[in-house]
Design a binder for this molecule. Structure first.
Ligand code: GAP
Length: 469
């Protein structure tokens, strides 16, 4: 594919495994397609990503409040939302070996690129026109059925004993925003919010994605960070543009490179949407959706009013006017942000004559470890004791790690690969056993990006590093 770097993807996948960021799920059983686990450093990075989003969306807005709704919801929610009827990917079946494959992926293999935003009918038409080129990836035959929609909702057998649950299955939620819509009235009645206001939520979502590809870009169990902003209908278009600008700036502030970000406008809008733009990131396999920003009109609250029988309109406390608020949505995945941050940070540099180092140049606020503290030697008690004391002090306000494995060079290499911005070394001068007595109670601090080493007083370390947990 033009503009893609498959090699980079392999390197990132390998680093994620080697350094404990991401593991394939149930790996000892052979793995489980499109499901992944976060390892010790991955869980820290994911936590920092969630924290940055929550800070920007909830804590820095007077009129946005948080929510944590349950993964299981009343089955009717998914009928009202339209997911039971129309949340599907087009699949075709090989007539020879009965393998089912996503039609857009078959087209891509045949060198025909379907726009991700094409409607199902358009993809089917494109598939029909190109059937002579479509080869089954399993048996190599060219004999496919027409495409059919495959519903992406994940069913569960959670006991719904009050009704016939075989007729009305319960689902694992396919998106987090439905939990926000059904709590609109609860939030309104229990907090001091007035339109315009937003409700933000971070949580797991589940989709039966057909093809497991592109690492954590498309998972079957993933995590969304969604904010639904309720507005007066006539202001929706203006508010939408404001959120578009804010959300693009958010990624720049997060530290992503501007050249790796761009806008994509949806050409085929779902019938209720008034506008839809994606912020795309240049992943190793090309520019793809990172976040969606949608003007959803009054569709969601109207549908849930209809299906639940509960009136979800809003009465303006000043004018007494009653209306159904429109919704401007911003929606992004934790996992996609993780992959974007990883891709942006991954760097290979030549050091000296013919050595290379791999370094993750994470923004300081996202780095899983912000500072690592080393004793120069692990078997010298005074060095170890002093280093541990510094580490225990720093960890109160920074994400710190103590490391006495191998030699200092190996420790630098390891910390570079997990993206630690600073490494502090306690040596003989620090503890008054060196030649230069003026260096007592000072340490060497090494900068990840420049590799420069500076002598700093222990008392000044926190200020020098800056930032906090
Ligand atoms: N509520 C709107 C909604 O769910 P979406 O475009 O289907 O819209 C929003 O998803 C965001 O969720 C995407 O931009 C992406 O970041 C993330 N996302 C969606 N499906 C995903 C998957 N299978 N794996 C990882 N992230 C996913």
């Amino acid at each position: 594919m033009a503009g893609t770097t498959p090699d980079l993807m392999e390197k990132i996948v390998s680093l994620c495994k080697r350094r404990g960021f991401i593991f394939p799920s149930s790996e000892i059983y052979g793995g489980f397609a499109a499901v992944y686990d976060f390892g010790p450093y991955g869980v820290e990075l994911a936590k920092n990503i969630r924290e940055a989003w929550w800070q920007a969306m909830v804590r820095e807005h007077d009129n946005i409040v948080g929510l944590d709704s349950a993964i299981f919801m009343h089955p009717k929610v998914w009928e009202a939302s339209g997911h039971v009827g129309g949340f599907s990917d087009p699949l075709a079946e090989c007539r020879e070996c009965h393998t089912r494959v996503r039609v857009d992926h078959l087209l891509e293999e045949a060198g025909v690129f379907a726009d991700e935003k094409m409607s199902e009918e358009e993809i089917n038409a494109l598939f029909g026109e190109n059937k002579d080129k479509i080869v089954c990836p399993k048996c190599g035959k060219k004999s496919f059925t027409d495409a059919k929609g495959f519903n992406l909702l994940v069913k569960s057998n959670l006991g719904n004993f009050t009704s016939d649950w075989t007729k009305e299955p319960t689902y694992l939620r396919g998106e987090t925003c439905q939990g926000i819509y059904v709590n609109f009235k609860n939030v309104l009645d229990s907090s001091r919010v007035k339109v315009p206001f937003g409700i933000a939520q971070i949580g797991k979502a589940f989709r039966n994605e057909i093809t497991a590809r592109q690492f954590i870009f498309r998972k079957r169990e993933f995590e969304q960070m969604e904010m639904q902003y309720f507005v007066r209908p006539e202001t929706a278009a203006t508010v939408y543009e404001e959120w578009r600008a804010k959300r693009f700036q958010y990624y720049l502030d997060l530290g992503l490179k501007p050249e790796n970000l761009r806008w994509h406008e949806h050409e085929n809008l779902v019938f209720y949407a008034k506008a839809a733009w994606d912020i795309e990131y240049r992943f190793p396999f090309g520019f793809k959706e990172l976040e969606g920003i949608h003007n959803r009109s009054d569709y969601d609250l109207t549908q849930h009013t209809k299906f639940s029988g509960t009136d979800l309109s809003y009465r303006d406390p000043q004018t007494n006017e009653k209306y159904v608020p429109w919704i401007v949505e911003t929606s992004v995945g934790v996992d996609r942000t993780f992959l974007a941050v990883m891709t942006d940070a991954y760097t290979e540099e030549t050091v000296g004559e013919n050595d290379t180092r791999i370094v993750l140049k994470f923004p300081k606020k996202l780095a899983p470890v912000q500072v690592a503290v080393f004793p120069l030697m692990k078997n010298k008690e005074e060095l170890v004791g002093k280093a541990r004391g510094i580490y225990e002090e720093l960890r109160k306000s920074l994400r710190a790690e103590f490391d006495d494995n191998g030699n200092v060079g190996k420790r630098y290499r390891r910390q570079d690969e997990i993206g630690t911005p600073y490494c502090v070394t306690v040596d003989f001068d620090t503890i008054g056993l060196g030649e230069d007595t003026s260096l007592v109670d000072t340490v060497t601090i090494r900068d990840r990006d420049t590799m420069q080493q500076t002598r700093v007083k222990i008392a000044d370390l926190k200020n020098y590093i800056g930032g906090s947990i």
